[in-house]
Design a binder for this molecule. Structure first.
Ligand code: MD3
Ligand code: FE
Length: 201
C-alpha cells in the first residue's frame, strides 16, 4: 500500500490478471443489460468524452437538469443490474468500511477521453470512502486539494490498481488527464474502464 496523501491509499496490482478477467466477465454481462451511455453536462448539454453505466441499487447520471443518483438507466428505463458479489468483496478487502456501497459507476475511456478536475459531492455521507479500480490501458490520474486552485500531483494508474479515498482526501479535486493507448491487452475494444464504488444514500 502506498499512502499518496493522508486518506489517499494506492494498492498497486490489487487484482491479478485472472482476477481482472473474472471481473471483466461480470462487467460484460452488466453492460449487455445496461449499455454505456454518454452523459451530458448540466445546463450546457455538452457531451462527456467518457461513457458510463452503473450497477447496484443506484446509478450516477448527468444530463441538462443536473447530476444525481437514480435507480434506473436513463435510456432503457430499466433498473440497474445488481452489484456482483466480486465487487462487494473488493470493497470488504480494501475500503475498510462496514457501510456497504449502493452505487458502482462504470466509466469507459477510449483513447481520446478525459475527465476534467472535479469533486465528488453528490453523496449523502462524506465519512464513507470511495473506492476506484482501474482496468485496461494506463492513465495519468491528477489529484489536488479541497480547492480547485490548490497545487496538484499526478500518478499513473495501471490495470488492477485500486485507489481508496477517505477522510481528508474525500473531497479533493481529481481528474484523468489522459489514457495511454496500447499499455494493456485486457480490453477489446481497447481503452480504460474505471469502477467507482460509492455509498450514495
Ligand atoms: C477522489 N473517475 O467517476 S477514479 C468519477 O478514473 C471519477 O474514472 C475517475 O473521478 C476515473 O467521479 C477517477 C478516482 C476517484 C473517484 C472518486 C473520488 C477519485 C476520487 C472521490 C473523491 C476523491
Ligand atoms: Fe470523481
Amino acid at each position: 500500500m502506498i499512502l499518496l496523501r493522508p486518506g489517499l491509499r494506492l494498492y498497486k496490482s490489487a487484482l491479478d490478471r485472472a482476477g481482472q478477467e473474472a471481473l471483466l466477465g461480470d462487467l460484460r454481462a452488466i453492460l449487455r443489460e445496461a449499455p454505456l451511455f454518454r452523459p451530458k453536462m448540466p445546463r450546457s448539454g455538452k457531451e462527456f468524452s467518457v461513457r458510463m453505466s452503473n450497477c447496484g441499487a443506484l446509478g450516477w447520471v448527468s444530463d441538462v437538469s443536473g447530476y444525481r443518483y437514480q435507480p434506473c438507466h436513463p435510456e432503457t428505463g430499466r433498473p440497474w443490474p445488481a452489484m456482483p458479489e466480486r465487487i462487494l468483496g473488493l470493497w470488504r478487502d480494501f475500503a475498510k468500511c462496514l457501510i456497504e456501497p449502493d452505487a458502482c459507476l462504470i466509466n469507459y475511456y477510449d483513447e481520446t477521453a478525459r475527465m476534467g478536475p472535479h469533486q465528488d459531492r453528490d453523496e449523502a455521507d462524506f465519512s464513507v470512502p470511495i473506492l476506484s479500480l482501474s482496468l485496461g490501458d494506463s492513465c495519468r490520474f491528477r489529484y489536488g486539494g479541497d480547492n480547485r486552485r490548490d497545487p496538484s500531483a499526478t500518478v499513473r494508474l495501471d490495470s488492477g490498481d485500486i485507489l481508496v479515498f477517505g477522510g481528508p482526501a474525500r473531497l479533493m479535486f481529481h481528474g484523468v488527464d489522459r489514457v495511454s493507448p496500447g499499455t494493456s491487452t485486457l480490453l477489446e475494444p481497447p481503452g480504460r474502464i474505471n469502477l467507482t464504488l460509492r455509498r450514495a444514500v
